[in-house]
Write a protein that binds this ligand. Sequence first.
Ligand code: COA
Length: 160
Amino acid sequence: MIQIKKAQVQDIPFIALLWQDKLQAPWTEEMIKDSFERENVVTMIAVSETPQNGKQDCESCVGFLMASFLEEAELYALVVKKTVQRQGIGQRLLENLLDFLKDKNVGSLFLEVSVENTKAVSFYENGGFKKVGERPHYYLKKIEEKEGAWVMALVLRKSL
Ligand SMILES: CC(C)(COP(=O)(O)OP(=O)(O)OC[C@H]1O[C@@H](n2cnc3c(N)ncnc32)[C@H](O)[C@@H]1OP(=O)(O)O)[C@@H](O)C(=O)NCCC(=O)NCCS
């Protein structure tokens, strides 16, 4: 059984570690902490019934997402621990975010994802996102080597 909760300060080391492990341009613990103080940023954590991470902080955490929102929202990161991927946890996190954003009357949710990250593109397409643009040479892969990103969007509220 997985529970989705609002992330707390004690979850920051777990979030930073997972972010660093799985995504380009990860945020530092300091940047994540600063974002907790911003009213228009939401961070959610997926927690398992059983400990998954040994004796570190947030020992039962298995994934997180972070998004900012005003009239539109932007997904900054969504990561599920590799050992528990493909069990519906990413989808649960996303559904909780969508409920939260609909409550705030947000119009659409945007994100950027590497064109090479075909698993994540499939995940977002499964969630109803559409490719709405492309940013060439967006992520720095290695020195002098960059990869493009898709811009994807999900409409939450039809405009009148
Ligand atoms: C993308 C990610 C968050 C998906 O999380 P997850 O918990 O494994 O995904 P779910 O189990 O909720 O998958 C829901 C659906 O998405 C699609 N999907 C998920 N992973 C997929 C994969 N590896 N290949 C193809 N489709 C996939 C499937 O349609 C899946 O439904 P199904 O399992 O019934 O076929 C996870 O793979 C991850 O953390 N990746 C590394 C970080 C990353 O790339 N994040 C996204 C960029 S911000």
